[in-house]
Design a protein around this ligand. Structure first.
Ligand code: KIV
Ligand code: ZN
Length: 515
């Protein structure tokens, strides 16, 4: 058995299935480049058959990524598999990941198929996928609630047809570590050709056990973990990459496995994904939360000052907290800015875009002495959203008055469909008044589902990054806005979400493709 643990990242596919987390091609590309820097073994770039947008995104990722295998999801049918293969055709190393539900519940109620029909379809699908590549993964969806005998037969067939990875999915997060580990162990011993495939774990976090289940699977012989940055994913999310990687690295004495991840890229990856998707990271989140290395109690502080490992089992700099570098300032020129964009893997489409980003950088540097990498990511995300949304509405200026004992008032001037307009409103606070002023003009009809504020870097000088989640007619979008003034950041986030709702750009969530 190999002692290398394969890290398969599915932030761009399963992670994207979180409500409001759908990404554009450009955003996926930026995350894919960061995942490559992180040295993940496999990047699941999307579900090519789910939409034209996702097809183009998978293709774009496959075209540029050289150091990681690029994978696309595909249902177990010829059309999906051919679409995945087409999108991946320029990849230096490609994988097709096909799946089909195997639990009685899913087969009967969702697929409306008999088990033998499902078995046959899996056989044909894996066989067909092998015509395009010798790197084929098969997942029995809802595997952890499937009948063991049926699973053994189906997985034996999938391997016999050439599946090189078998990914045992706990689709609804129902498993518990001991049982999940036992299932993997039993499958590996009962499926006669089990040694011809790498066994993989794919766990959801509905009961908060995704990481524990994945690691139990690894102890039972799985050698691939499917995970996402920040544990992003459908409902309660997926196994979080940073947690499993740091668990295996920190407790190498126990797991005795190697992972190829460059852990110093973990925090930058976490911040990038959070900024792009608008899913903030909770402060007490393991490894990447703002408090993960903070010691508040006097006893702990005293211990750490005397000898760090009294209370720290990992070093902040090893997971990339030190990567929070001051990169540029007010006096930095266009060339320095362009070079930093390159170092961060950000490719703007034209010189015009670079000029616009540089202008925004200069405006920010006038208001904030130290510009960090996170500031640059926020600035570029903001610009990409503007671009893509075709600027239905744009913030020109705003003012608010708030005083103890008075009801806050806001005035917002925007350009809406090319025309400048000003609106005013009162509210419970300056942010509420600002949103009401915007809505009194736009009447978007959208429902506000989430509002959150985060400091992008440290200190009170930091830009505030605001996420606004809006829902309308079944569509959910996240808008993100950054500014040293958090009320301005809030207005930007609100308008960015409204622009996304208005936009025709293809950011179809893969769920629409029918998983
Ligand atoms: O959770 C799941 O079952 C999946 C499969 C497509 C692997 O994401
Ligand atoms: Zn999943």
């Amino acid at each position: 058995m190999s002692d290398k643990l394969i890290i398969f990242d599915t932030t761009l596919r399963d992670g994207e299935q979180s409500p409001g987390a759908s990404m554009t091609k450009e955003e996926k590309l930026r995350i894919a480049k960061q995942l490559e820097k992180l040295r993940v073994d496999v990047i699941e770039a999307g579900f090519a058959a789910s939409s034209n947008g996702d097809f183009e995104a998978v293709r774009a990722v496959a075209d540029v990524i050289k150091d990681s295998t690029v994978c696309s999801l595909a249902r177990a049918n010829d059309r999906d598999i051919a679409r995945a293969a087409e999108a991946l055709k320029n990849a230096k190393s490609m994988r097709i990941h096909t799946f089909m539900a195997t639990s009685a519940l899913h087969m009967e109620k969702k697929l409306r198929m008999m088990p033998e029909q499902v078995h046959e379809q899996i056989k044909l699908a894996v066989r067909y996928a092998r015509q395009f590549t010798d790197n084929v993964e098969f997942s029995p969806e809802d595997g952890s609630r499937s009948d063991l005998d049926f699973l053994c037969r189906v997985l034996e067939t999938a391997i016999a047809e050439g599946a090189t990875t078998i990914n045992f999915a706990d689709t609804v997060g129902y498993a518990v570590p001991e049982l999940y580990g036992n299932l993997i162990r039993t499958l590996r011993s009962r499926v006669p050709n089990s040694d011809k495939a790498v066994w993989s774990v794919h766990c959801h976090n509905d009961l908060g056990m995704a990481v524990a289940n994945s690691l139990a699977g690894v102890m039972a012989g799985a050698r691939q973990i499917e995970c996402t940055i920040n544990g992003l994913g459908e409902r309660a999310g997926n196994t979080s990459l940073e947690e499993v990687v740091m668990a295996v690295k920190t407790r190498r004495d126990f797991f005795k496995l190697d992972v190829g991840i460059d852990t110093t890229q973990i925090v930058p990856a976490s911040k990038l994904v959070s900024g792009i998707t608008g899913f903030p990271v909770q402060p007490n989140k393991a490894v990447v939360g703002a408090n993960a290395f903070a010691h508040a109690s006097g006893i702990h502080q005293d211990g750490v000052l005397k000898q760090r490992d009294t209370y720290e089992i990992m070093r902040a700099e090893d997971v990339g907290w030190a990567a929070n570098k001051i990169v540029l300032g007010k006096l930095s020129g266009r060339n320095a800015f362009k070079q930093r964009l390159q170092e961060l893997g950000i490719q703007l489409e034209s010189e015009q875009d670079v000029n616009a980003a540089f202008q925004r950088f200069k405006d920010l540097a006038d208001r904030k002495a130290e510009i960090f990498d996170e500031d640059i990511h926020a600035l570029v995300s903001d610009q990409a959203v503007r671009h893509e949304a075709d600027e239905h509405c744009q913030l020109v200026s705003m003012a608010q008055a708030s005083e103890t004992g008075e009801r806050p008032h806001a005035r917002v001037t925007m350009i809406v469909d090319g025309k400048e307009t000003t609106s005013e409103a009162d509210g419970n606070g300056p942010v509420d008044a600002t949103f009401k002023a915007i809505e009194s003009r736009l009447a978007s009809g959208a429902e506000l589902m989430l509002y959150s504020v985060n400091a992008i870097t440290t200190g009170t000088e930091s830009q505030g990054e605001v996420t606004v989640r809006l829902a309308k007619s079944g569509r959910i979008v996240n808008g993100v806005g950054a500014d040293p003034d958090i009320v301005v950041a809030s207005a930007k986030a609100y308008l960015s979400a409204v622009n996304k709702l208005h936009s025709k750009a293809d950011r179809v969530n893969p769920q629409a493709g029918g998983i």
